[in-house]
Structure formats: structure tokens, C-alpha cells
Design a protein around this ligand. Structure first.
Ligand code: GLC
Ligand code: CA
Length: 555
């Protein structure tokens, strides 16, 4: 197994729209990130990942790109980008961009040309099909964001495919010209010196021949069997790696939609020379049964242990994972897996102990380092996320849930939870902007904010900083082999990790009651490397843990 910078490095995901607004228009921007580079460096993170910053009409906040080689004016200019990249590198950090290659915007020139006529030279950049015999969409595919995945175009009388919103037409990767366009865009940024890409919904780029109807099964299964993992996918990934990524000191991080532990190796096993790492959805979706805004299941620790374990076993030594417990598409980590009320600080820290000691490249999502929580939006007018809005509007038609319940579901699972502006201080709008931000700031910014936590040695923020520093000095955190302890315990998560001569033991209490943990290891002389409380009681072979207490022992 090779030990490289992107395995040990910690990724910090920035959602630029919500990070920091430098010019007072209510929208975060690149200069806002530049202003905070010292802060980012102080976290001890190594790699910044920017959610899309390219020209976009923002139907899906930049995941609908209208020009791959330009900066969205709201975010700034190319000069701002060059400065950001330079200053990031000057601080010894790296920068990766978000490559959205499955689809572009309907306002991209390619699509504007393509829809002009059937014989336009860009027509074949997209997926066009004749209507079904009843005039309806060519098949039963549903968009990830609700409704049919096909949109009718009255000019040509044909439908085009959009697995996301109708303003995100899917690109036709069968067309070698499309592939070259995307590779050229990648080269453009790599030549500037960016250090890699996070690849948005990359498992979807190869479509199944004949666009077969989806069977009547859960949406997750449909994604795996019909939308993702298409017949030419691995050919494309190999080509992309061979022609582009492998020519640079850069890495690829795939968003693993539709990938399971059985087929993951096809993407990331080193010998296949496709992708460097991927993050799967099983942890992020562990309380989501079939898809967002469907039936939810309560958090179950043993289920989470099983997920981590089966992925570790599947990937072991052959490939590499990225490890994320939160991002811009899911509700806040501490609100989902911890206790964001009484044990807010304890549980946020404990969850970070878990995340930072699991295998794979650590991915932190902005705001989790101060324990940002879910927000309660009081009315649908405050909701900004297109996925949530589409769900709400569709539900108005079907009346499956009451309006109140629909809003409650949005508040529980919706993407806006993770997109509220970063809470920098307790001044107006949490110090994010002098103007009213594009999305409401969580009113708890008076108590939860960077400035306050910066001064407090016991804060979540300083806990993150310290843990990341310790992690840098111990390869066992990153590369160690895991041995599970008391695997079936529903409230304690414990394991040891070994790498060469280093051994650590991680013990986490996932409950709000005091508990005890016993081990056959000799822990009396162990060094307490990390503890989210000021003390820990160890007596002979038994450790007494308080609510949400987590420790890392060095044996
Ligand atoms: C990915 C992104 C999400 C976006 C979607 C379509 O899942 O993370 O934010 O809406 O792809 O590009
Ligand atoms: Ca701005």
C-alpha cells in the first residue's frame, strides 16, 4: 500500500455560497475564502475542496455549469481564483475543484446549440429520444429531484434526459467530443495548478443501452442497477485517468452514488487505475431507507458499525476510501448522529473522534468544526434548496403528506440544513455578511460561532484542531488495521487500530447515560491521547464513560 499525501491529508469541503461574503451582497465568494485562509490553516486541514465555482445560472447552486472554464460572477473573477490558489499553496495546503461531468446547465452553449435543431452539431452532446407511443416520456425514469427524468422540447418534438433538474441536461459520454471537452476543462484547471477533483455523481455517466424502464423497486436499487454503473463507465474512467489525472500530481475523489461495497473495487482498486478514492453513501444515508423524504429509520449504532466494517473489509489494502459524515447534501452530522441539545459539544467532539479514526481520507464539511446544527425553517418561503422545493411542490399535488409534515421532513433531512451561512461571530448575520444572506443564518449563531470557540480552549473548534495535529503525528489513525471490540453493543463503539508498532484504542459512548467498558488489554499504563472530557476514570481493566464521552488511548 502506498503512503501518499492525499491519503493522510485532511480534506475540508467549502460550500462557497455559504462560507464568507467579502463584498456584502449576501453571497459567499472567493475573496471571502481568501480572507479566511489563515483560519483554514489554523484548523490543520490540508486540502480544500470547493463546491462548484464555475459560471452557472444556479438552479442547483453551481451543480449546473454553463461554462467550465470561467468563474461565476457572484463568486468573483479568474484573478481572484488565481490568488486563492496561490495563497492556498503558499500556506502548504492544496486545492481541489468539483467536477460536474454527468450534466451541464441548459444555459451552457452546448445545450443552447443542441436544442436549435436535430442536425445541429451539438445535438449529440445530449441524450435525445422520441416520445413514447402515447406522446409521453420515452421511459419511466424518475429524476433524483422528483418528476420524470425527461423533458419535452417542442422545437424538435423530442425529449432530453436530465437525471437531476430539467435545467441539468445529461451529457452524452458516448460522444468522444463530449469526453474531450470535459478532459480539456480538467486540463485547464490542472495546468493552473489545482490538485485534483471531487467528481460529482460520476458513476452515472454511462447510460444503459436502449434506456430500459426501471423495475418497480426502491429508488436506491434503481440508482444502482439502472442509472449508475453503466456498461462503458469503467472504460471512460480509465480513459480520463490515463489521459488527464495521471499526468499531474493530482487525485480524484468520486462521489459514490449507486456504488456498493461489492462493486466499489471496480472504481478504486489501485491496479485498475481508475479513481483514487470514493466516498460511499451508506454512512450518510444510514437513517434514510429508500431515498430522501421517504420513510426514515432511527439512528442505529450497530448498523453504523456494520457499514464501516463491511466497507473496510471490501476495500482492505486494494483500494482507498474517503470518509465523510456530513456534506452539503445532508442534514448536519451532530443533529443526526449526536445529541445537538444537552450534549451538543460532547457529542460533536465524540463524532469527530469516530470520523478521524476510521480508515480513509478524512473529509470535513464546513461548519462541523464548530458543531453547526440543523436549522428550523418556519415556512416554505424560507426553503432554498431545489430538491426540497421540488419535493414540497410535488407533494402539494399528490397530497401524500400534510403540508406541515412535508415541511417537518424538509427540516429533518433537507439540504439547506448544511447550507446555512458559517457562523463567524455573534454580530449581524453571524458575521457572514452585512446584508441579509441568500439563506437564513441559524439563529443559534449567538452561542455557536467561530470567534467564541476560538477563545475557548475546550471548544469543539479547538478539539478539532488538536485532534488533527495528533493525527498528523500518528500514521496509525490513517493506515491502521481495525479490530472491533464489543461489536454488538448498541451504545458503545470500541475498536483498536494497529500499524507497525503503533497501537491505539478508541472507545466511544454513544448514549446520554454513564456506562462502563472492560477490556482484556492492559490499559493501565496507556497514554490518553484524546479525551472529550477533562478526565477519565480507568480502574484495572475497566473504563467509566460519561454521556457521549470518547477517548483515544495509545497502548
Ligand atoms: C451531487 C451533488 C449535489 C447535486 C447533484 C447534481 O449529488 O453533491 O449537490 O445536486 O450531484 O449535480
Ligand atoms: Ca459576495
Amino acid at each position: 500500500m502506498s503512503l501518499t499525501w492525499f491519503k493522510k491529508g485532511t480534506v475540508y469541503q467549502i460550500y462557497p455560497r455559504s462560507f464568507n461574503d467579502s463584498n456584502g451582497d449576501g453571497i459567499g465568494d472567493l475573496r471571502g475564502i481568501i480572507e479566511k485562509l489563515d483560519y483554514l490553516q489554523s484548523l490543520n486541514v490540508d486540502i480544500l475542496w470547493l463546491s462548484p465555482i464555475f459560471s452557472s445560472p444556479n438552479d442547483d447552486n453551481g451543480y449546473d455549469i454553463s461554462d467550465y472554464c470561467n468563474i461565476m460572477p457572484e463568486f468573483g473573477t479568474m484573478e481572484d481564483f488565481d490568488e486563492l490558489l496561490q495563497k492556498t499553496h503558499d500556506r502548504g495546503m492544496r486545492l481541489i475543484l468539483d467536477l460536474v461531468a454527468n450534466h451541464c446547465s441548459d444555459e451552457h452553449r452546448w445545450f443552447e446549440e443542441a436544442k436549435k435543431s436535430k442536425d445541429n452539431s451539438y445535438r449529440d452532446y445530449f441524450h435525445w429520444r422520441k416520445p413514447a407511443s402515447d406522446g409521453g416520456p420515452p421511459n419511466n425514469w424518475k429524476s433524483f429531484f422528483g418528476g420524470s427524468a425527461w423533458e419535452y422540447d417542442s422545437v424538435s418534438g423530442e425529449y432530453y434526459l436530465h437525471l437531476f433538474t430539467k435545467k441539468q441536461p445529461d451529457l452524452n459520454w458516448e460522444n468522444p467530443k463530449v469526453r474531450e471537452e470535459i478532459y480539456n476543462a480538467m486540463r485547464f484547471w490542472l495546468d493552473k495548478g489545482v490538485d485534483g477533483f471531487r467528481m460529482d455523481v460520476i458513476p452515472l455517466i454511462s447510460k444503459r443501452e436502449g434506456y430500459p424502464d426501471a423495475p418497480n423497486v426502491g429508488f436506491r436499487k434503481i440508482i444502482e442497477d439502472i442509472y449508475a454503473n453503466g456498461p462503458r463507465l469503467h472504460e471512460y474512467l480509465k480513459e480520463m485517468t490515463e489521459k488527464v489525472v495521471s499526468r499531474y500530481d493530482a487525485f480524484s475523489l468520486a462521489e459514490g452514488v449507486g456504488i456498493n461495497h461489492n462493486n466499489a473495487g471496480l472504481y478504486i482498486n489501485h491496479d485498475r487505475k481508475e479513481l483514487d478514492m470514493l466516498y460511499h453513501f451508506d454512512i450518510l444515508e444510514c437513517t434514510i431507507v429508500n431515498g430522501k423524504f421517504e420513510e426514515a429509520s432511527p439512528f442505529d449504532l450497530v448498523n453504523m458499525k456494520n457499514i464501516f466494517k463491511r466497507w473496510r473489509d471490501a476495500v482492505h489494502e486494494k483500494g482507498w476510501l474517503a470518509n465523510a459524515m456530513g456534506n452539503h447534501d445532508f442534514a448536519r452530522m451532530v443533529s443526526r448522529f449526536g445529541n445537538d441539545k444537552q450534549y451538543w459539544s460532547e457529542s460533536a467532539k465524540m463524532l469527530f473522534i469516530l470520523q478521524s479514526t476510521q480508515n480513509g481520507t478524512l473529509n470535513i464539511y464546513q461548519g462541523d468544526e464548530i458543531g453547526m446544527t440543523n436549522i428550523v425553517l418556519d415556512s416554505i418561503n424560507e426553503v432554498k434548496d431545489i430538491q426540497s422545493l421540488n419535493f414540497y411542490n410535488e407533494n402539494l399535488e399528490t397530497q401524500r403528506y400534510s403540508k406541515e409534515l412535508a415541511l417537518e421532513m424538509i427540516n429533518r433531512e433537507g439540504r439547506d440544513n448544511a447550507r446555512t451561512p458559517i457562523q463567524w461571530n455573534d454580530e449581524i448575520n453571524g458575521g457572514f455578511s452585512i446584508k441579509e444572506p441568500w439563506l437564513k443564518v441559524n439563529p443559534n449563531y449567538h452561542t455557536i460561532n467561530v470567534e467564541k470557540q476560538d477563545k475557548d480552549p475546550d471548544s469543539i473548534l479547538n478539539f478539532y484542531r488538536n485532534l488533527l495535529k495528533v493525527r498528523k503525528n500518528h500514521d496509525v489513525f490513517v493506515y491502521g488495521d481495525v479490530e472491533e471490540l464489543e461489536f454488538n453493543d448498541p451504545s458503545i463503539y470500541a475498536y483498536s487500530k494497529v500499524f507497525g508498532k503503533e497501537k491505539i484504542m478508541v472507545i466511544l459512548n454513544f448514549s446520554s447515560t454513564n456506562t462502563k467498558f472492560s477490556t482484556s488489554e492492559n490499559i493501565n499504563d496507556a497514554e490518553v491521547l484524546i479525551n472529550n472530557y477533562s478526565s477519565i476514570e480507568i480502574f484495572k481493566d475497566t473504563i467509566s464513560l460519561k454521556a457521549y464521552q470518547g477517548i483515544i488511548l495509545k497502548l
